[in-house]
Design a protein around this ligand. Structure first.
Ligand code: LLP
Length: 418
């Protein structure tokens, strides 16, 4: 169900009219529903009830502190890919002991920081990284818990930019060589092997690629066990898709059941790293129509949000539903490209949309809660939008709109010539 729905002739987030949020906080603005966030997370928890599991929310999807806190309070662990994300987890009161550190390019400072605060494990993506972790753990006189992220060479059937489990992708350790790397890891004095990890991509709308990757990973788990290397957990990554338009991804419960079936009762803890399936449909982006213009055959609605605020349409040709907060009876319906003020032809939020709108109308860009704000930038010196969380009939500002002063903070002019 959607927590952004029409009631009494206008769009609401839970019990708050989106028009009231726009009036109070201006546009563009990101709006999240606490209830939606919680429900999506709880769907994982309910499906996994009675099993040994750890749900590590992928912070990169939406890293606002208030979002992390809502999930931490529900018992979430976290999947991070940088020291910055780890610091956010800590600032939000998240449990570092339930945090896994993924990513292909962890540097020495980040590894040391994670070892010092005490994370659940490193998802190691190369032999080179393993050596660096060993060296730093030895210097700190500690043991680093690791799992190796294997690349199973499975096609996620998703957009090429967000498929990660093919040999041609930079991610993970080739599953055919992973056994050898585990044997080597087992000999390292300051490495504690605790798991196997795999993440094949994002926005998967079928269960079968997950199961194919799981089977290959389980075969490796068995081979390791025969060699005396016993892992405690299997991390299947994130990747479950959501409905943006007419996609039909499996419900979270169906996906989990299929995975648990394959795991059988091997005694492995299942770790998952969902991002998009928790936050995408828990957020929208509000934007105001600034100008309507017509270039010959084409109509443009120029809005105040742009590719710097929401890059997914420009970067992946992503389709996001766009609708006015209220119908405008005075405007004729026309087909519009909804574009932003940024000086790039690729700056669009939607193309060929039937809308009855006039300047001043406010539009709701749906499914914007994941990879929206976190991928935003200040291109064209545009301050980033505020973030607001709705909880029942209350709205809370959870991130202020940036100011131009803040954008220029830390910049310095060259000294005047003598
Ligand atoms: N774990 C790892 C190791 C990942 O690389 C990712 C996402 C996730 C978990 C979470 O995946 P999710 O459940 O969100 O699919 N910016 C792109 C998506 C990039 C995904 C990167 N990795 C987009 O807007 O579509």
């Amino acid at each position: 169900m959607s927590y952004f729905a029409c009631s009494k002739g206008q769009l609401y987030a839970e019990g708050v009219a989106l028009a009231d949020i726009a009036a109070q906080h201006g546009t563009p603005a990101y709006v999240y529903s606490k209830k939606a966030l919680s429900e999506h997370f709880l769907a994982y928890q309910v499906a996994l009830a009675g099993t040994s599991n750890l749900i590590c929310y992928a912070v990169k999807a939406n890293s606002n502190l208030a979002v992390l806190k809502v999930l931490a309070d529900l018992g979430a662990g976290f999947d991070i890919v940088s020291a910055g994300e780890l610091q956010r987890v800590i600032a939000a009161g998240g449990d570092t002991g339930k945090t896994v550190f993924s990513g292909v390019g962890k540097n020495a400072e980040e590894i040391e920081y994670a070892l010092k605060v005490g994370i659940h494990c490193f998802n190691v993506e190369s032999e080179s990284e393993l050596e660096v972790i060993q060296r730093i753990a030895a210097r700190l006189d500690t043991k680093a818990a690791v799992s190796l992220r294997v690349n199973p060479d499975v096609d996620a059937q998703s957009h090429p930019y967000i498929s990660t489990g093919l040999k041609e992708n930079k991610f993970g350790i080739d599953i055919d060589t992973a056994f050898g790397v585990y044997q080597h890891a087992a000999e390292l004095s300051h490495i504690d092997i605790i798991g196997v990890d795999c993440h094949i991509g994002s926005q998967l709308t079928e269960i079968s690629p997950f199961l194919e990757a799981l089977e290959l990973t389980l075969a490796l788990v068995d081979k390791l066990a025969n060699a005396g290397i016993n892992v405690k957990h299997l991390d299947l990554g994130g990747g479950l898709g959501v409905r943006y338009k007419d996609e039909c991804p499996p419900p979270i419960g169906d996906y989990i059941r299929a995975v648990l079936d394959k795991l059988n009762d091997r005694g492995l803890t299942l770790i998952l790293e969902p991002g998009r399936s928790i936050t995408a449909n828990a957020g929208v982006l509000l934007t105001r129509v600034e100008h309507i213009k017509n270039n010959g055959d084409k109509n443009f609605a120029v809005v105040d949000a742009a590719m710097n605020d929401m890059i997914r349409p420009a970067l992946y040709d992503a389709w996001l539903n766009i609708e006015p907060l209220r119908p405008n009876e005075n405007a004729p319906e026309k087909i519009y490209d909804v574009v932003g003020p940024v000086c790039e032809t690729g700056d669009f939020l939607g193309k060929q949309r039937a809308l009855a709108i006039m300047p001043g109308d406010i539009l709701c860009v749906h499914s914007a809660g994941a990879y929206g704000f976190t991928m935003s930038s200040n291109y064209n010196s545009r301050p980033r939008p505020p973030e607001i969380m709705v909880d029942g009939s209350n709205m809370h500002l959870i991130r202020e709109r940036e100011t131009i002063e803040r954008l220029m903070h830390g910049e310095h002019l060259l000294p005047e010539p003598e």
